[in-house]
Write a protein that binds this ligand. Structure first.
Ligand code: HEM
Length: 223
């Protein structure tokens, strides 16, 4: 009850961010991401990564219609965030025609997308954890990835190949993120439920790391 215990009253956006910080570092410093962003992998690895994201975002966005009216998840579902159409334009550019018929989710991606679909069906606050982990990350670190991808593989600035990272409908990303954090702060959930949401966010990061590890096996560095 002393001011020293102020963390108990920290805004939820701060709690979830700090509680997932170690998982973020782990994902960000995975071998695959390090090699990819270090320019040591070819464009096929970038295309393979983008293909896996297509499965993840379809799981996130297929759920949007049924969750739109949900009091917990509904407020987070903003059309400006939707990524599937942008991913498909990128994949039209990155892969040969007919890629939709050949695209295959890695088992780790199936596990990740399956978990998202499960939360969407049965636990809207858990879905929010996945929504936060992906979209707030895309609005933040995604911008670093875009710049590196443009330079490394020669995509047009904000053009085909990196449209996934371009949020045309969001004029002011900093303001958008502030608003998003206030939605998190107002999440209608008690402390126990918020703790479960934090755990789900950590699980979402772990799914991302598992996908990176699988991609690392698929696209090893050829010395
Ligand atoms: C690919 C390499 C990555 C880079 C270079 C990167 C970089 C960053 C940067 C610079 C920020 C902003 C930090 C700040 O505002 O102080 C950020 C935030 C974030 N990133 Fe990443 N990141 C990467 C991967 C990931 C992955 C794989 C995920 C999860 C799927 C993720 C999720 C997030 C989230 C949720 C935030 C927002 C944290 C918050 O403000 O609440 N990032 N990232």
């Amino acid at each position: 009850m002393t001011p020293a215990h102020g963390s108990a009253t920290a805004p939820f956006s701060t709690v979830i961010r700090s509680a997932s910080h170690d998982r973020h570092t782990e994902a960000e410093t995975s071998t695959f991401i390090g090699d990819l962003l270090g320019g040591r992998l070819g464009v096929a690895a970038y295309a393979g990564y983008t293909e896996q994201l297509w499965f993840v975002y379809r799981a996130l966005e297929d759920a949007a219609a049924e969750l739109a009216g949900d009091p917990v998840a509904g407020p987070f579902l903003r059309p400006e965030l939707l990524r599937v159409a942008a991913l498909e334009r990128d994949l039209d550019h990155l892969l040969a025609p007919g890629w939709r018929d050949r695209a295959a989710a890695l088992p780790e991606t199936l596990g990740y997308a399956g978990r998202i679909a499960e939360t969407a069906r049965a636990w809207p606050a858990g879905y929010v954890a996945h929504h936060y982990t992906r979209y707030l990350g895309d609005l933040s670190g995604g911008q670093v990835v875009r710049g590196i991808a443009e330079r490394t593989w020669g995509f047009a600035r904000k053009g085909d190949g990196v449209r996934f990272y371009v949020f045309d409908a969001i004029g002011n990303p900093a303001a958008f993120k502030r608003e998003y954090r206030s939605l998190l702060d107002a999440l209608p959930a008690d402390e126990l439920e918020k703790q479960r949401v934090v755990e789900e966010c950590r699980r979402a990061f772990a799914h991302n790391s598992a996908v990176f590890a699988a991609l690392g096996r698929e696209f090893p560095l050829t010395a």
